[in-house]
Design a protein around this ligand. Structure first.
Ligand code: GDP
Ligand code: IMO
Ligand code: MG
Length: 425
C-alpha cells in the first residue's frame, strides 16, 4: 500500500505533522516536488524540527527518505539539513537517498528569483530560494541534474555553459556583476562529493522496494492552490504539488498509488501574494494568527488567515482524487463563539460552486457563509472523535459533508500525540 499526502489549501496545512503520524507504518518516505521553499514542522516531546528538503517522517528510526526527481535541490541547504538531523541521532548516511534525475539549484537561481521579484510589475511573494528559476532551466532543457553535478568530468563543462548564459542575462537585463565561475565550481564540487554517496537510480530503487512489499509514503510540498496548473496562477509555485506530481516526481506509475490523503487546516491560510477569498478582517486576523502561531516555517513571514473555504477544499479533493482528508489545527478555533464556513462564491446574481480560473472573476466574488456555533472548550486532550465537544463534532461532520469524503485524521495540537485517526493505511 502506497499513500500520497497532499496539501489541499495554500500550503502549511500541517502536512509535516500528518506525515510524521503516518510514517510509523511506512518504509520509504518520498518528497516528489518543490524544494527548500517548503517548511514542514514536526514536534516530538516538545522539540521542534522543521524539514525543508528531507521527508518529514525521518524522525522515526530505520526509515529511508528519498528526494525524488521532481524536487529541485539546493545542495548547501540539503547538507545543512542533513547535519541537523545527524545531531538528532538520525543516521542520515544510511537514511537519505537522492534521485540522480533531480535538478540542482545554484546561487544564480536565487539571485534571479530575487531580481525577478523586485522588477516584475506585481510581486508574487516568492520565498526567494531560487525555486522558479531552477524549474525554468529544467523546462528549457538547460538545467544541471544531480547525475551531471556528481560527475566530476561532466560538471565543469555544464556549469561553465550555465554561468556564461546567466552572466549574459544578468548584464543585459539587470546590469548586474557577473558570477565568478572558478569559485562557484570549487565550492559546488565540494558539495557534490559529499552528496554523491546518497545518489540512487530512483526508478530502480523504488521498483525493487515495491517488489519486496515495502510501503511508500509520498509527501507533497506546498498545496493544491499553489500548484502550477491547478492553483491561483500566477500566484503559485513552479511545480505540480497535486497528487499527479507524485508519479512524475518520484518515477512511480499512477497504478502504484493506492491512497491519497488531502490535508486541510480547520480554517485557511496563505503566505505571499494572491487571492484569499475568505481572508479575515484585522481583528480576527490578529487573533487567529497569534493563537495558531501563523508565521512561515521557512521565511518567518506572517501568514494571512481566513475562514475554511469549502470551494477550495472541494476543488482540491477532486483534482487530487482524495480518498480522505486530514483536518489539523481544530484547537485554534476552541475559543470562537461562532465559526463561518464558505460554501460558495457569489458573483452578482450567480453563485459559483467551482473555483474560477480567471482571477478577475474571483476578485468580483463574495464568499457565501454558513455559520456554526463554536464549542468554547479545549480540544487538545481529546483522544477520539467522541471525546470532542458536541459542537466541534458538528463542525467536523459539516466539513466532511461539504468535502464528500471521510475525514481520516483530526489534529488538535502541534505535538505528535495530539491527533487521532481512523485506518489510513
Ligand atoms: P506544512 O508545511 O503543511 O507541513 O505545515 P507547517 O509546518 O508549515 O505549518 C503548520 C504549523 O501548525 C506548524 O507550526 C505545526 O507545528 C502546527 N500544527 C500542526 N498541526 C497542528 C494542530 O493540530 N494544532 C496546532 N495548534 N498546531 C498545529
Ligand atoms: P509548504 O510545503 C506556503 C508560496 C510562496 C509564494 C509562492 C511562490 O511548507 O506548505 P516559490 O518560492 O515557491 O516560488 O513561491 O508559493 N509558497 C508556500 N506557501 N507553504 C509552502 O510550502 C510554500 N512554498 C512556496 O509564499 O507565495
Ligand atoms: Mg510549511
Amino acid at each position: 500500500m502506497n499513500i500520497v499526502v497532499v496539501g489541499a489549501q495554500w500550503g502549511d496545512e500541517g502536512k509535516g505533522k500528518v506525515i510524521d503520524v503516518l510514517a510509523e507504518e511506512a518504509d520509504i518516505l518520498i518528497r516528489y516536488q518543490g524544494g527548500h521553499n517548503a517548511g514542514h514542522t514536526v514536534i516530538v516531546d516538545g522539540e521542534e524540527f522543521i524539514f525543508h528538503l528531507i521527508p518529514s517522517g525521518l524522525l522515526h528510526q530505520g526509515k529511508v527518505g528519498l528526494i525524488g526527481n521532481g524536487v529541485v535541490i539546493d545542495p548547501e541547504a540539503l547538507l545543512e539539513e542533513m547535519s541537523r538531523l545527524q545531531r538528532r541521532g538520525i543516521d542520515v548516511q544510511q537514511a537519505v537517498k537522492i534521485s540522480d534525475q533531480a535538478h540542482v539549484i545554484f546561487p544564480y537561481h536565487k539571485r534571479l528569483d530575487l531580481l525577478e521579484e523586485s522588477t516584475r510589475p506585481g510581486r508574487l511573494g516568492t520565498t526567494g530560494r531560487g525555486i522558479g528559476p531552477c524549474y525554468v532551466d529544467k523546462v528549457a532543457r538547460a538545467g544541471i541534474r544531480i547525475a551531471d553535478f556528481c560527475n566530476p568530468q561532466a560538471f565543469p563543462k555544464k556549469l561553465r555553459q550555465a554561468v556564461e548564459e546567466k552572466n549574459r542575462l544578468l548584464k543585459a537585463l539587470y546590469n548586474e556583476p557577473p558570477i565568478a565561475y572558478e569559485e562557484l565550481l570549487a565550492r559546488y564540487s565540494g558539495f557534490a562529493a559529499r552528496l554523491a554517496p546518497h545518489v540512487v537510480n530512483e526508478v530502480r530503487f523504488l521498483r525493487e522496494a515495491m517488489a519486496q512489499g515495502k510501503r511508500l509514503l509520498l509527501e507533497g510540498a506546498q498545496g493544491t492552490l499553489l500548484d502550477l496548473d491547478h492553483g491561483t496562477y500566477p500566484y503559485v509555485t513552479s511545480s505540480n504539488a497535486t497528487a499527479g506530481g507524485a508519479c512524475t516526481g518520484a518515477g512511480i506509475p499512477p497504478t502504484a498509488i493506492h491512497r491519497i490523503i488531502g490535508v486541510v487546516k480547520a480554517y485557511t491560510t496563505r503566505v505571499g501574494e494572491g487571492p484569499l477569498p475568505t481572508e479575515f478582517g484585522p481583528e480576527l486576523m490578529q487573533r487567529i494568527r497569534t493563537k495558531g502561531n501563523e508565521f512561515g516555517a521557512t521565511t518567518g513571514r506572517p501568514r494571512r488567515c481566513g475562514w475554511f473555504d469549502a470551494v477550495v477544499a472541494r476543488h482540491a479533493v477532486w483534482v487530487n482524487g482524495c480518498h480522505s482528508v486530514a483536518v489539523t489545527k481544530l484547537d485554534v478555533l476552541d475559543e470562537m463563539d461562532t465559526i463561518n464556513i464558505c460554501t460558495g462564491y457569489r458573483n452578482g446574481t450567480k453563485t459559483l460552486e467551482e473555483f474560477p480560473a480567471d482571477l478577475e472573476v474571483l476578485g468580483h466574488c463574495a464568499p457565501v457563509y454558513e455559520q456554526l456555533p463554536g464549542w468554547r472548550t479545549k480540544t487538545c486532550d481529546a483522544a477520539s472523535f467522541e471525546e470532542l465537544p458536541a459542537n466541534a463534532q458538528r463542525y467536523v461532520k459539516r466539513l466532511e459533508a461539504l468535502l464528500g469524503v471521510p475525514i481520516c485524521l483530526i489534529s488538535t495540537g502541534s505535538g505528535r500525540e495530539q491527533a487521532f485517526k481512523t485506518a489510513c493505511w
